[in-house]
Write a new protein. Structure first.
Length: 232
């Protein structure tokens, strides 16, 4: 029996399907945190906020971090299958776009598991202690701010990341043997890396407000695309 899903293209399709499902879950919860929950928390105090941190936030963070894990692993598997056909595929318009998106996606994944989740565990534990009549954990406020900055950085990256993922297959660029791919990679890496560094040890800046982070995300998309066009 000739089963399409059991062949290499079928397996890649299943991975891509999973990538979409996990990605929608991850980015959906990311946007919920940044566009909805954060604003509500700013307007809420006392028992309502405490109950949300104790009961709602842990559930949302479960879907958030495992959505990120599934997105990252399926994306890595897709890149591995693409690379199996020869590294030349990554020296094309597809490669420029997909690897740029993958770099931002990888930073976003690392932010979730190495910054946001560990910091939020401290915030949740502190809230639980206070609810039980104890004292807050001293570093809880700093952890909350650290998680917030990393989350805003992920929101910033999500807009150009999704642009690159879509453009890889649907917005071909004229990449040729004369294209300075090394210079392009270094320039993109410096821009994205600097923003990630800011997300670890920097400040919110224009990302502090919802409108600001959305505007910044679209501006970053324009800048990254303009850099590609300049090199290509």
């Amino acid at each position: 029996m000739d089963i399409a899903l059991l062949k290499a293209p079928g397996i890649e399709f299943l991975l891509r399907w999973g990538h979409f499902l996990f990605g929608i879950t991850w980015i959906g919860v990311l946007y919920y945190f940044n566009f909805i929950q954060g604003s509500w928390f700013n307007e809420t105090e006392g028992q309502h906020k405490s109950a949300a941190v104790q009961k709602l936030v842990p559930r949302a963070l479960w879907w958030f971090r495992w959505g990120a894990m599934g997105t990252f692993l399926t994306g890595l598997a897709i890149l591995a299958m693409k690379g199996h056909g020869g590294k030349e595929i990554f020296m094309t318009s597809y490669g420029v776009m997909i690897l740029s998106g993958a770099l931002m996606g990888t930073f976003m994944f690392l932010n979730v598991w190495l910054i946001i989740w560990p910091a939020q565990k401290v915030v949740i534990a502190s809230t639980n202690q206070v609810a039980d009549g104890g004292q807050p954990i001293p570093e809880a406020a700093a952890c909350g701010a650290k998680a917030g900055l990393a989350s805003r950085t992920n929101t910033l990256f999500s807009i150009p990341m999704l642009f690159m993922m879509g453009a890889a297959s649907h917005l071909p660029m004229n990449v040729t043997g004369a294209t300075n791919l090394s210079g392009l990679a270094i320039t993109l890496g410096v821009i994205i890396g600097a923003l990630e560094l800011n997300g670890i040890v920097g400040k919110m800046g224009t990302m502090k407000s919802v409108s600001g982070v959305i505007t910044s995300g679209f501006a970053l998309t324009v800048v990254l695309y303009a850099v590609m066009e300049c090199f290509i």
